[in-house]
Design a protein around this ligand. Sequence first.
Ligand SMILES: [Zn+2]
Length: 310
Amino acid sequence: MNAPAAAALLPPQLHVFVRDWLSANNILLKSRDGHVLIDSGYVRHAPLTLALLAGARGIGHEALAFLVNTHCHSDHVGGNAAIVRRYGCPVAVPAAEAPLVERWDGKALLYDYCDQQIERFAVDHVLPADTTHVWGDLEWQALAAPGHDMGALVFYSAEHRILISGDALWEHGFGFVMPPEVDPEALPATRATIEMLAALDIRIVLPGHGEPFTDVAGALDRARRRIAAFEADSLRVARHALKVNLMFSLLDRQRMPLAGMADYIARIGIYRDFNALFFRLPPARLAELLIGELEKAGAVKREAGWLVPA
Ligand SMILES: [Zn+2]
């Protein structure tokens, strides 16, 4: 089903702002009782997030009752601080994420550890799993969806059979997962989350990245196949995580000097730690391995001494 057709399946008070891969999608739930926004994108795109929120499909300068996050990765909470400045609204994050945000744990939240930019924000409310919330005049169940992020929530409307999935389920895959050697719980939790979602009656998924989609069974099958491949080969999990992170940083920076890549790999936490655990290569060779695989996949190219998105 194409995206406009999928969007036509949504109640009129629900608006999805589909963003690019650097910023997570924003989901706006409008109500006379107070508007709620779910996820705020990446910090570099905060001006666009504010413009969408104030624009024709947004809320203008009406009050925002709540800003809610599915999880606290930089591409989902990067607009939090700017939105709070503009609208003065409280921020609600999953209960399991709140302590990490309160102590601003840049490793657990994958901020500086992954070379991701972020503006600090404060948590006003925590959302425990298995609670119900009325947002946009619809009832949403907050369900624990650990895996890609161990504290993540998804939001499910049983009446409308809508799932707001964050990075727990995309049309083609899910957010990268930590290898078993780094977090032994992550892959089993990812599998359990996919089976939890498979047991829900879902008509349409509003993912954290990509267009809304209705082929839920297909997406779940693809997720299961990826999990099986990951379970069979933790080096593959590690390579995948590093490539996803490198691609993210490249999209953020637009270009990176090829001559500086070895130094970058040696300096940024996730590459340094994964290299020590899995690859044990000179940083220049790990850089070459990652760039080579991304190049083969058509994601990056080399141009006059620079690595750029293809
Ligand atoms: Zn994420």
